[in-house]
Design a protein around this ligand. Structure first.
Ligand code: TYM
Length: 333
């Protein structure tokens, strides 16, 4: 790898991705991969923290890998792999667990939300999830982590653990910085615009999936919850319209101000259709390309195998330094 800074990010294969994942994360990765040594992962071990149907999880993992490629992540430039294929992630998570306090994990917003949502399955993994995420990041001496706003708290824990480990055992980990895109770091639900858009939402009208076709997209935007005053402006007391303006401007690559000017004097109906068409024009070709790639699983397997091998080489160098620092005997070669 060239002598550039290291960037790491990941997405869970917990369903078909939404335009929230796209705008908040993957869209930025494509450009960043030119300036950083980039490592992109399917966080499949994280996905197990919520009950999964094994067959669906397998299908979603292929979907995710194909989508990465269709969005322009380039396996020649970047490392693309599945987290479970590099056991060092789970190994480092174990060591980091020994310097993490339960209180740090039980107060995580996402843990609280998910415990509420999955009351029948509040498992240790759900609580430990941010430690595994810290391991993902620290294992590669990562300096930059592009994420949406909802992952900020988890990134802070990764920073805390890096500093704590270095303080206790001697300088080793880089302290990673988050990278947030200029806009759309938090795309909201179309049905409850004060809540984050989420791929695991039971209400299918609340999110636009990267698999939705043009008609579905326009129908969902038409049904999006807004308000009744008919002014297309960005404002805290207009979460629905503000969310649509955010989505529109991010997909068009223009500012919110420019989007507001474009729709001045127009009605909500026309606006919603225009947002839908704009989104569909961008994601239609991505979906088609994803489906083309999906029909060649041998190619996807080869990309993931090569990615896992390259990731392992970096990861095990760092992990062996960790094991040495904490006093474990070196592995025999
Ligand atoms: P996940 O799979 O929930 O989401 C993947 C990425 O998409 C962003 N995102 C959003 N951005 C804007 N608006 C939204 N509505 C929205 N929903 C999701 C997320 O912020 C994220 O960047 N724990 C992580 C995966 C992970 C990871 C990591 C990320 C595992 N290890 C190491 C970075 C570094 C997660 O569950 O993301």
């Amino acid at each position: 790898m060239e002598d550039k800074k290291i960037l790491f990010s990941a997405v869970q294969p917990s369903g078909i991705l939404t335009i929230g994942n796209y705008l908040g994360a993957i869209k930025n990765w494509k450009n960043l991969q030119n300036d950083y040594n980039s490592i992109f992962s399917g966080a499949d071990l994280h996905t197990l923290t919520v009950k999964q149907d094994p067959q669906t999880l397998r299908a979603n993992s292929y979907q995710l890998a194909a989508l990465f490629l269709a969005c322009g992540l380039d396996p020649e430039k970047s490392i693309i792999f599945m987290q479970s294929h590099v056991p060092a992630h789970a190994e480092l998570a174990w060591v980091l667990n020994t310097i993490t306090y339960p209180g740090e994990l039980s107060r995580m917003t996402q843990f609280k939300d998910k415990s509420q949502k999955h009351q029948e399955n509040i498992n240790m993994g759900l609580m430990d999830y941010p430690v595994l995420m810290a391991a993902d990041i620290l294992l590669y001496n990562t300096e930059l982590v592009p994420i949406g706003a909802d992952q900020k708290q988890h990134l802070e824990l990764a920073r805390d653990l890096a500093i704590r480990f270095n303080g206790r055992f001697g300088e080793l980990f880089k302290v990673p910085e988050p990278y947030f895109g200029k806009t759309a770091t938090r795309v909201m639900s179309l049905q409850e615009p004060t809540k984050k858009m989420s791929k695991s939402d039971a209400n299918l009208n609340s999110f636009i999936s990267m698999d939705d076709d043009k008609d579905t997209i326009i129908r969902k935007f038409k049904r999006a919850v807004t308000d009744s005053d008919n002014k297309i402006i960005f404002s805290e007391d207009k979460p629905g319209i503000s969310n649509l303006l955010t989505i529109y401007s991010a997909f068009r690559g223009i500012s919110i101000k420019e989007a507001e000017a474009e729709f001045e004097g127009k009605g909500y109906g026309d606006f919603k259709v225009k947002v839908g068409e704009t989104v569909a024009d961008v994601i239609d070709p991505i979906r088609q390309e994803k489906n083309r790639i999906l029909s060649d699983k041998t190619y996807i397997d080869a990309v993931l195998k090569d990615g896992a091998e390259r990731a392992s080489r970096i990861a095990y160098k760092v992990l062996s330094k960790v094991y040495k620092k904490v006093g474990l005997l070196p592995r025999s070669r």
